[in-house]
Design a protein around this ligand. Sequence first.
Ligand code: PMT
Length: 222
Amino acid sequence: RAEALLDGVRILMTAGPTREPVDPVRFLGNRSSGRMGYALAEALATLGAKVALVTGPTALPSPPVAELVRVESALEMHAAVMGRAPQCDIFIGAAAVADYRPVDPAVRKIKKDAGELTIQLVRNPDILAEVAALRPGPFTVGFAAETDRVIDYARGKLEKKGLDLIAANQVGGERGGFEREDNALTVLWDGGARELPMMSKTRLARELAALIAERYGDRHAA
Ligand code: PMT
């Protein structure tokens, strides 16, 4: 039965952007609206999965998931994920996690005294790579957001991070995947690929959820 494909499977997911504090009133962020991740969380729950969603700030209504954890920064998202990852069967990183954060956020609002301002950044932990390195670890699904050489870079991330599946989308420009209502994905795994052409994120999420269920099922049957 299609609706029970993921019955009882525990899925941990991330979605949305992160906010990296600069001072008490400012942050560095990105253009993720959370739409792709929220639609995927809902589609997976419809297939019977028990979904825990760790989300950065979005303007969307809460999706129907078993657990919703709201965070702001990449470090908070990292802590929320690593505390739950050992108890999940599938991990999916749909969030646009900031790769860098201000090294030392100001305690008070930064004043515009100087003509120039330099903010020093430091690398954030790679949540997806850390989860993929867990032993025993969950079935791990990443996203790749690229402006160019989408398939090359995505295949590289699949191999380098040791993922089971990666969903690559083009971002920036006319048909970019951020913010808008529709998107297209190329899904890659070791020895295979599937094109999911431009469609609404709701429909795309259903197709991706079915593909995740299929690949996860195949691995378990193997
Ligand atoms: O939210 P929407 O407006 O609907 O837009 C959807 C989307 C474009 C944000 C989504 O489809 C998407 O591509 N999400 C991943 C964005 C991203 O950060 O991609 P990346 O190529 O920089 O990162 C690769 C993977 O590593 C991602 O699974 C990401 O969640 C993960 N990552 C990255 C950095 C980091 N420090 N920790 C991570 O876990």
